[in-house]
Every structure is written in structure tokens, then in C-alpha cells.
Design a protein around this ligand. Structure first.
Ligand code: PLP
Length: 419
């Protein structure tokens, strides 16, 4: 197997706090992150020598199939899943689409089967009001093409799901409920275990979007007892375009792509062997030492939160202040447009996001913030700072200074820097 020199991983923050260089500070890990040298090195042999198709019966095919099996087993183990639960996909968006459309279409197939005796649930999909567009738009598609009612379950001012409302709606029956594990815009960790119990008591299967959670906080698929769960690799150090749907065999899923019947017949297409290996290696890296790293991440996040509040009086933290992703700080800022602030900060070498990555460029108010009850103007002033390595104090000072300088340069009304 050939190896080749791989550049060292670029850290999100300066390794030398005293350097004061003008390197870019990348604070958008919730959108995507770097791929480590170990992950790239693990992929290379299966792009060069071990390139066989895992479905082929010859030796090269068997080598690839064994590697795919090993990657599947390792990936499953780190998510509290069994190897057979794992359906590799092209990322979180595909995993969400496959679960939501696939489960609903399987229900439609059952309805059309005139010999079915078991009751078919009503054509309703329950989704939390703060779901990512990959979930919300999949549900909307089912409404547009198959007449499903999409019922949005409200959240409180910190984006926690309203469990009473969920219980009320679940009791009326539904094909599926979709609850995210951690919110991409404001970082709030949702009460998914409680939500699963409520839905199952009412006979409603549950899809969990764990795209922001997997590789960042512990995920225990079987322990949670979710029916399906979506994962995206580029949020924890695998290349973009890789992910998985974890799916219990008890839930019927209609494939969205017709083909050779790979991945339990649910996701046809020649498996991306090197990609599966990247997912497994990146997830193992992300899970090892997670607890200790998260303690340090949360500590630096809290220093950043204080620094931002000091730099911009009136800046308000959004989401749950403590039960949130450890490397996630999100704010709304007074009297300023978040996009304008983002562009100015970028020019100062500080890269952040104004909401979910997918909404960028459309200048839409982040949907989570609107669902939390914020005005459109406040929602449009939002910025998200997300990182997977603890921040150095010098970097935090630099972020605070850049924010002050940007607010001043943008002539934000009523902004008076304290120092
Ligand atoms: N779900 C959530 C909560 C996300 O944050 C994202 C991406 O940001 C997705 C789904 C889509 O994942 P992918 O980028 O892998 O398609």
C-alpha cells in the first residue's frame, strides 16, 4: 500500500498565542471542519491499491468488502449501534431525506397493499419547529406530493422542544416524528430521549437528526431507541459528502434510489469504501478523549461568551446557556445586520456564520431564532461562533477586538465600545 506525505492538520486557532499574526481564525466548525492527516492516510490505500468494488467476488473485491465491514463495525460501535444499523449515505441531507421520505413512502406502499390488515397511521409528520431544512423541506415535499400534514412542534425561548405539545400531537397519530439532537443555529441540546419515549408510547416512530451531535457529544443509538438517526461526516473531521443513516430493521424504509440493492437494499450505489473508512477513523478520533476535550471546549466557549458580551454591550446569547454544544456560542447583536457584521469580521480575519450554513447567501432570518420568538430584525442580527478545538485566550481577545472594530466601522447606532 502506498503512502504519501500529508500536510499536518491546520488548527483552528494559533498554536502560539503570543504570535499576534493575522492568520484567519476559523470559527465555523458547525458548517464544516478540516480533515486530519490520519483520516486522509487511512483513505489513501483504498483509493490506490485497494480499489476493488466491494460487491465483486474476486480477491480485490473481497479486500474492499472486508475494509467496508471493518469501517461499518467501528463506526457503529462509536454510535452505540450495530453494524447492520448503518446505511452509508452522501451526508446528513441524504440521511434525513432517506429517513423521512423513505418511511412515509413505505407507509404509502402499505396503504396501497389491499391485503394489509394492520392499521396505517394518519398522513401526518411531526417535526420540531427548529429542524434543519434537510428535515423541514423533506416533510414539506411529502406535503406537496402526497398530502401529508406537517405539524410543527413549538420550542421555548431557548429552543427546547415543547414536550407537552409533542405528546398531544403524537397521541393523534403520525407516520413519523423528527427531532434534532442538537440545534445547528443556537447549539441547544434537545431532550430527545424524552421525546422518543413520548412518541413511542403513542406508537409513532422517531427520526433523530444528530448531524451536529455525532462526534461532538455522545450518541447512543440503541440506548436512545430512536428508529432512525442521521449523521454527517464533515462535522467531525471526515471529508464532505459522507454520512450515514442509522436505521432499526423494525422500521420500513422505501429506497429513494433504484439500483443494485447495496446497503440493505435501502441505498443503492457502489459503496464509497475509502469514504466509509474516513468516517470510521474520523469518528474514532472525535470520540477518543471527548469528555476531557469537551470540558476544555466549554470552558473556552464560556470565556468567549463573556468576552463578546464585554465587547458589545447588548449582545445576547441565544439558546440554552449551559446545556449546549461545547464549542458553540451564538448571539444576536443590537442594531446591526448579521451579514454585514460577518463580512466585516471576515475582512479582519475572523470567520463566523450568520446562522445555518445553508441559509447563507439567501439573507434569510435563521428559522430557529424566529421559532424561539425573536423578531425578524433580531434574528437577522445573529452570528454563530463554532469550534472543535479550545480557543486560546489571545484568539478570544482578537475576536472581541474585531467585533468592537467592526461595530465601530459599521457605525452601528448606539454602539459605544467600553475600551
Ligand atoms: N442537519 C443539520 C442539523 C445540519 O446542521 C446539517 C448541515 O449543516 C445537515 C443536516 C445537512 O448535513 P450535510 O451538510 O452533511 O448534508
Amino acid at each position: 500500500m502506498t503512502g504519501q506525505a500529508i500536510p499536518e492538520r491546520q488548527h483552528t486557532t494559533s498554536d502560539n498565542p503570543a504570535a499576534g499574526s493575522q492568520h484567519e481564525l476559523y470559527l465555523d466548525a458547525a458548517a464544516s471542519d478540516a480533515v486530519s492527516a490520519d483520516v486522509i492516510n487511512a483513505m489513501i490505500p483504498f483509493l490506490t491499491d485497494g480499489y476493488g468494488n466491494p460487491s465483486s467476488v474476486h480477491a480485490s473485491g473481497k479486500t474492499a468488502a472486508r475494509a467496508l465491514d471493518a469501517a461499518r463495525a467501528s463506526f457503529a460501535a462509536d454510535l452505540g449501534a450495530r453494524p447492520n444499523d448503518v446505511i452509508f449515505t452522501s451526508g446528513g441531507t441524504e440521511a434525513d431525506n432517506l429517513a423521512i421520505k423513505g418511511i412515509a413512502l413505505a407507509q404509502i406502499r402499505r396503504e396501497r397493499n389491499t391485503t394489509t390488515t394492520s392499521p396505517v397511521p394518519p398522513k401526518r409528520i411531526l417535526i420540531s419547529a427548529v429542524e434543519h431544512p434537510a428535515v423541514a423541506q423533506s416533510a414539506q415535499w411529502l406535503h406537496d406530493f402526497f398530502g401529508f400534514d406537517v405539524v410543527r412542534i413549538p420550542v421555548d425561548a431557548q429552543a427546547h422542544l415543547d414536550l407537552d405539545a409533542l405528546s398531544h400531537e403524537a397521541e393523534q397519530g403520525a407516520a413519523l416524528a423528527c427531532i434534532m439532537m442538537a440545534n445547528n443555529e443556537v447549539g441547544t441540546i434537545e431532550p430527545v430521549d424524552h421525546a422518543v419515549r413520548i412518541c413511542h408510547a403513542a406508537g409513532v416512530p422517531v427520526h433523530v437528526d444528530a448531524v451536529q451531535a455525532a462526534g461532538t457529544i455522545p450518541v447512543d443509538f440503541r440506548g436512545l431507541d430512536a428508529d432512525t438517526l442521521a449523521i454527517s461526516g464533515h462535522k467531525f473531521g471526515a471529508p464532505k459528502g459522507l454520512g450515514a443513516l442509522l436505521a432499526r430493521s423494525r422500521v420500513a424504509i422505501e429506497p429513494l434510489m433504484s439500483g443494485g440493492g447495496q446497503e440493505r437494499g435501502v441505498r443503492s450505489g457502489t459503496p464509497n469504501v475509502a469514504g466509509a473508512i474516513a468516517l470510521a477513523v474520523a469518528l474514532r478520533e472525535a470520540c477518543s478523549g471527548m469528555e476531557e476535550r469537551n470540558t476544555r471546549l466549554a470552558a473556552s466557549r464560556d470565556v468567549l461568551i463573556t468576552a463578546i458580551r464585554d465587547a458589545v454591550p447588548g449582545a445576547t446569547l441565544t439558546g440554552d446557556p449551559t446545556n449546549r454544544l461545547p464549542g458553540h456560542a451564538s448571539f444576536v447583536f443590537p442594531n446591526v445586520n448579521g451579514e454585514a457584521l460577518l463580512v466585516d469580521l471576515d475582512a479582519r480575519g475572523v470567520e463566523v456564520s450568520s446562522g445555518s450554513a445553508c441559509a447563507i447567501g439567501r439573507h434569510e432570518a435563521p428559522g430557529t431564532l424566529l421559532a424561539m420568538g425573536l423578531s425578524e430584525t433580531d434574528a437577522k442580527s445573529a452570528l454563530r461562533f463554532s469550534f472543535r478545538e479550545p480557543l486560546h485566550d489571545a484568539d478570544i481577545r482578537r475576536i472581541a477586538k474585531a467585533l468592537r472594530d467592526s461595530m465601530t466601522a459599521l457605525h452601528v447606532p448606539d454602539f459605544a465600545p467600553l475600551n
